[in-house]
Design a protein around this ligand. Structure first.
Ligand SMILES: [Zn+2]
Length: 268
């Protein structure tokens, strides 16, 4: 016989109580240290004991847990209820098992509560994030709206009429603020087919007056066009006119169709 078989690991006696959390602090520390040392027997016993403890919630009065655990449970319950000394050999009354099951259920309930609390916190955080995102977005929209209002109301802004080149197509209005950009709007406009888009061009004063590409935009389904060019590719001083053509999606480096609207800058 080997030494391992003749001398039983004394810590095994404590495993069930450990799983139940009913060891006193000193015993608990010693066993934890022993487990941390890598004892396989104790680790295996602990896994079994934990499984049994996890099953307590389903424990019927007639269920027969392993003798040692049964004894430990009884001790635990007695210790908790009145701090009596355990009386060995005495059969465990049903109410005691009920108390243990209730304690296990209570523990389980607390665990669920904690999980549900965590879930609530997580959801609240998600909702907050969403709210912040919305606020950021509306702050951005508000900033744009202010910018546009400023462009439209500043008397120093340059008003540019952009008459349509085709009959029956409404004219556009452009307003160019030196610092805040160009705002172009129109209503009841024909909507370009499929994936085609409208593109703005700045026609320079200087020869060869090659149009400088700017932003693309599609009128909405009602034919309303709203374009804010925050950073025009050139300034008012160097620009003779604004023009809009219809281009493939994404825009073109140079116009591929005749302009639909052209607006000369006043005084040029
Ligand atoms: Zn051990």
């Amino acid at each position: 016989m080997s030494r391992d078989e003749t001398i039983r690991d004394p810590f095994l006696e404590w495993i069930e109580a450990y799983a139940l959390g009913s060891l006193d602090p000193e015993e608990q520390t010693r066993l934890a240290a022993h487990l941390a040392g890598g004892c396989r027997d104790c680790a295996k016993a602990l896994a079994e004991a934990r499984w049994v403890v996890s099953q307590l919630a389903y424990l019927a009065p007639e269920a027969q847990p392993p003798g040692q655990l049964r004894q430990r449970l009884a001790e635990t319950v007695r210790r908790e209820a009145g701090r009596e000394r355990p009386v060995s050999g005495k059969p465990i009354p049903f109410w005691l098992w009920g108390a243990v099951a209730a304690a296990a259920l209570f523990a389980l309930y607390n665990l669920r509560e904690a999980q549900s609390l965590r879930e609530t916190v997580r959801r609240t955080e998600a909702a907050l994030d969403e709210q912040l995102e919305l606020q950021k977005k509306s702050a951005g929209e508000l900033a744009l709206a202010r910018r546009e209002a400023w462009i439209l109301s500043d008397p120093k802004s340059l008003k540019i009429e952009m008459p349509a080149r085709q009959k029956g197509v409404p004219d556009l209005k452009a307003t160019w603020h030196r610092a805040l950009g160009i705002l172009i709007s129109g209503e009841k406009l024909p909507v370009p087919d499929g994936k085609r888009t409208l593109q703005l061009w700045l026609i320079p004063k200087a020869a060869p007056a090659r149009p400088i590409p700017s932003l693309t935009v599609r009128p909405d389904r009602n034919g309303t066009l709203h374009l804010l060019v925050e950073n025009p590719p050139d300034g008012q001083a160097g620009t003779r006119a604004l023009a809009i053509t219809e281009e493939p999606e994404g825009g073109s480096p140079q116009p591929t169709t005749p302009p639909l609207w052209v607006g000369a800058l006043a005084g040029t």
